[in-house]
Design a protein around this ligand. Structure first.
Ligand SMILES: [Ca+2]
Ligand SMILES: [Ca+2]
Ligand SMILES: [Ca+2]
Length: 230
């Protein structure tokens, strides 16, 4: 699993934008572990190559059979239908796809931060899966609502690693409409069955401030200069 190395160029471009618009208030590359994240279930640092990332799996520590037996932390995933939903602050049943394809067990990590209106959360994620029955998925939940998912249906790339086939790395962007304290949860859940381990990889979590009024003023001043020269 070296997929995150492919995003380094993209991140470097993003960093250039951040430095011109104001320093990001949160940057977590997981190079120093899981930091202040609260973990629920099987969560660890995955250190393939030279780029650590957070990894969350649906693998029970003792009840999975090879090749699904890839628990990374020794802690068991939480049961859905109660414990998992409570851990990420959503209502019980909110992680089910439908009445037949229900969440069974999963893992998550959560972080509470203070944001300003217009701040943007960004991060990179990819999902790898050994699942063959029911579409497991990774999710982003904010303050009790699932706002985005990454489905194992998109895990079509062959990696040759023990985590199975994987999705392309995607960068998620979410703008906060309101200022205040928010809880971000990233998780992964088995759907329909408990077998076929699915793993979510997360890296480069940032909160990028809205461009300040002073910065917008500079942009306006520059455009005024351009108009005068024209
Ligand atoms: Ca990293
Ligand atoms: Ca499944
Ligand atoms: Ca499982």
């Amino acid at each position: 699993m070296n997929t995150f190395n492919n995003t380094l160029t993209l991140v470097a471009c993003g960093a250039a934008f951040v430095s011109s618009a104001g320093a990001a208030t949160l940057v977590d590359t997981f190079d120093s572990g899981l930091g202040n994240w609260t973990t629920s279930g099987d969560v660890a640092i995955h250190n393939a190559g030279s780029n650590p990332a957070a990894v969350l799996t649906t693998a029970h520590s003792t009840l999975e059979f090879s090749p699904d037996d890839i628990n990374v932390s020794g802690a068991d995933p939480l049961e859905a239908g109660g414990d998992l939903e409570t851990a990420v602050g959503v209502t019980v049943g909110a992680l089910d796809l439908d009445a037949f394809d229900m969440a069974t067990e999963g893992s998550a990590m959560s972080l509470t931060i203070v944001v300003a209106a217009g701040d943007t959360l960004t991060f990179d994620w990819t999902l790898a899966t050994l699942d063959g029955f029911g579409l497991d998925y990774g999710f982003l939940a904010i303050d009790g609502a699932v706002v985005q998912i990454l489905s194992s249906a998109d895990a079509t790339l062959s990696t040759g690693g023990g985590f199975g086939t994987e999705t392309a790395v995607a960068t998620v962007s979410h703008e906060f409409a309101n200022a205040g304290e928010v809880t971000i949860s990233l998780g992964v859940t088995d759907i329909t069955d408990y077998a076929g381990t699915t793993s979510l990889f997360v890296d480069n979590v940032q909160v990028i401030p809205e461009p300040s009024a002073a910065w917008l003023g500079l942009i306006g001043f520059a455009s005024l200069l351009r108009r005068r020269r024209a």
